[in-house]
Design a protein around this ligand. Structure first.
Ligand SMILES: Nc1ncnc2c1ncn2[C@@H]1O[C@H](COP(=O)(O)OP(=O)(O)OP(=O)(O)O)[C@@H](O)[C@H]1O
Ligand SMILES: [Mg+2]
Length: 432
């Protein structure tokens, strides 16, 4: 068992590409820490630096409390599994798994026992005498995992080990990885760009964008209480509703989030009221997940939006509705070098930018799905004068309670509103 501490670790590749920017992070003993982020954000680079396969440009790495920047990979007691863990084709499954122990000249009886035990845990005990060429992709990944973990390393690093498998196999193996590493108690850092994998597997998730740590916490913490608009959008399985609002505090009696045609009143008793009031007179970004909105009958009291139902979408287990509410759409904050590379603050939260996947997602939402608005080529800020209207996405459950074209009303769950500055950082600090 082992702890991993990254202290302001930075990687600049030859040629000057900044792949990891001052990452500070700690993996606790026995923890399953998931590194999550879009393609190219630096996850593999970070994992390879921990394994000793990539040189650390600046900052410090500590393994089990010992400074490890210059430690040779073989002295780190680390095992790593990659996306397509290459196996020895001429060895049987048994021979592949036992190989690291044979090299270490372990007692053959112990090796035999250990291989059988591990193959049972990985559900490949029936394949022990077969060669890798005769196995399915999922079975091969299990063998690769068995071979990596057979030495009982202090630290287990996995780089997207399931991404080549089909959906069913991914789900199955995901559960097995989770129970295996927990049963062994080995500290594990698991890299993925799949938010479902991260949410279901992790003890804690560290989410990165463009080499910068955005947020770290338990799945519940970062899903319900994300540090940035990027994190909120990245973790939403459905599109996150992002709306621009002006903050007003009429006669200091209450806080009004002014969406143009609509406004929502936040009482001073709301725990976020003081933080939001600091933005009086400014535009902020309000994030609402589709499940924070509930269709209600006309005339219902309390915070709500009203609009025309533009479209309904059937998703098998539920219906989604697109409600045209006449609210100015927000343009996602574009990254600028100073914010993208901004150093994480004390909580590990950083000023940040928004990756292209999320930008595209937001654009689709902003432009109503078809035409790209010219303003998107520039760097608009929320409320900077373009008044396209937003569709907000509402979950209807298994029955479409609305018809396209009719007027719909949705109650807004105030406690589910996520409030961000125009740059996309949380207005009220996340509770960690
Ligand atoms: N050897 C290298 N030389 C130069 N640049 C590199 C090298 N390896 C990676 N990069 C760049 O560093 C950035 C981070 O790459 P990395 O492989 O760590 O991303 P990732 O988060 O693992 O992405 P993915 O999810 O696609 O695997 C990318 O922009 C990549 O192009
Ligand atoms: Mg990678």
């Amino acid at each position: 068992m082992s702890t991993v501490v990254l202290d302001s670790v930075t990687k600049v590749y030859p040629g000057g590409h900044l792949a990891v920017d001052r990452m500070s992070l700690r993996a606790e003993e026995g923890e399953l820490l998931v590194l999550l982020g879009p393609s190219g954000c630096g996850k593999s680079t970070l994992l390879r630096m921990i394994a000793g396969l990539e040189e650390i440009t600046a900052g410090d790495l500590y393994l089990d409390g010992k400074h490890a920047n210059d430690l040779a990979p073989r002295d780190r007691d680390v095992a790593m599994v990659f996306q397509n863990g290459a196996l020895y084709p001429h060895r049987t499954v048994r021979g592949n798994i036992s190989f690291p122990l044979e090299i270490a000249k372990a007692d053959p009886n112990m090796v035999r026992e250990r291989v059988v035990e591990l193959s049972r845990a990985l559900h490949i005990d029936e394949t022990l005498d077969r060669r890798p060429g005769t196995l399915s992709g999922g079975q091969r990944q299990r063998v690769a995992m068995g071979r990596a973990i057979v030495r009982q390393p202090s630290l287990f690093l996995m780089d997207e080990p399931l991404s080549n498998l089909d959906a069913g196999m991914r789900t199955e193996l995901r559960m097995e990885i989770s129970s295996l590493v927990r049963a062994l108690g080995v500290t594990t850092i698991y890299v993925t760009h799949d938010q479902v994998e991260a949410l279901t597997l992790a003890d804690r998730i560290a989410i990165m964008n463009r080499g910068v740590l955005q947020d770290v916490g338990t799945p519940g913490q970062i899903y319900n209480d994300p540090a940035t608009a990027f994190v909120a959008a990245f973790l939403s399985s459905q599109q996150l509703n992002l709306l621009s609002a002006a903050v007003r505090t009429p006669q200091n009696q209450y806080i009004s989030l002014d969406f143009g045609l609509h406004h929502i009143t936040m009482p001073w008793t709301d725990p976020r009221a003081y933080a939001v009031s600091q933005h009086t007179g400014s535009q902020i970004i309000v994030g609402i997940r589709p499940d924070g909105l509930t269709p209600v009958p006309d005339g219902t009291e309390g915070p709500h939006f009203t609009g025309r139902v533009r479209a309904l979408e059937y998703h098998g287990h539920e219906w989604l509705a697109y409600l045209e509410v006449g609210i100015p759409a927000v343009a996602a904050p574009e990254p600028t070098p100073s914010t993208v590379n901004g150093h994480a603050n004390g909580n590990g939260h950083a000023a940040h930018g928004t990756p292209s996947r999320v930008r595209t997602m937001m654009r689709r939402f902003i432009s109503g799905g078809d035409n790209v608005h010219p303003a998107e080529e520039t760097t608009p800020t929320p409320g900077s004068g373009h008044h396209r209207r937003a569709d907000i996405i509402v979950r209807l459950g298994s029955r479409p309670v609305w018809r396209a074209g009719e007027v719909g009303h949705v109650a807004v769950d105030l406690s589910r509103l996520m409030l961000f500055t125009a740059q996309g950082n949380r207005i009220d600090p996340p509770r960690r």
